[in-house]
Design a protein around this ligand. Sequence first.
Ligand SMILES: C[S@@+](CC[C@H](N)C(=O)[O-])C[C@H]1O[C@@H](n2cnc3c(N)ncnc32)[C@H](O)[C@@H]1O
Length: 265
Amino acid sequence: MPHRSNLSLESPLLWRKRVPPAALAGLAQLLALLVCGFLLWLPLQWGMRLNLAQALILESLCAVAISYSLRLPGWWLAIQALFVPALYGMWLLALAPAWYLAGFVLLASVYWSTYATQVPLYLSRRRVWQRVLEQLPTQPGLRFADLGSGVGGLVHYLARRRRDSCFSGIEAAPLPYWIGKLRALRQSNALLQWGNFWRTDLGNYDVVFAYLSPVPMPALWEKIRREMRPGTLFISYRFAVPGVVPHAVIEMRDLGRTQLYLWRV
Ligand SMILES: C[S@@+](CC[C@H](N)C(=O)[O-])C[C@H]1O[C@@H](n2cnc3c(N)ncnc32)[C@H](O)[C@@H]1O
């Protein structure tokens, strides 16, 4: 039965895709500690003991091997190799626990749900904002949304140049949201909202912009097709929608050879 054989082929990959890489990395470290503990215990039976440096190297190797078998991307392998040695190094520094708490709160307020969304904060530049401004329809009363607006740079820039229109940014992470909100205080046509853009109705906008990552693009395209009105515009910086040809591509002519993709819905 072809249906059953498809399932058995796909299911291991499916669960792997559903679990965020950060959770897989944590699982790999736990397994590595267990395996490493066993491998350290084994030679003790014959009176041999590994020193600390050897134990750290062994743990790193276990973590990398397990992460590799879980198909974590290459840059995760480097993180996994350094994780426990770095923990040990931090322990040697003997910092007060409050520093760890402060570091955690700061990182959490910037990266918030990145472990799940796989969309970290990195900011687009003025050159991108200029190209986006050039693409906006000229009619007044335009409604624009930046999905994941970061510190609100694009929203602020556009709102100052198109006072006839309304520019919204939706951002999930608290610290970037507050920075954007404060920047837009004196800009009545800029609206920064703290929230999850997956819960925002895109039918309210004439132009939607996103600078996210490859991960959400297929689902975002489905949402756009469901909610945006015919004739409206979707612009994505850097990340294309797999298998959907844009109606225009603008080369940014920068070092990274990045592109702006435009789709007329
Ligand atoms: C690559 S940054 C882009 C920032 C900004 N648009 C720019 O061009 O400078 C992506 C932002 O999207 C935010 N983000 C990711 N998923 C989100 C979601 N579901 N709802 C709201 N914001 C989200 C992240 O917190 C991050 O700040």
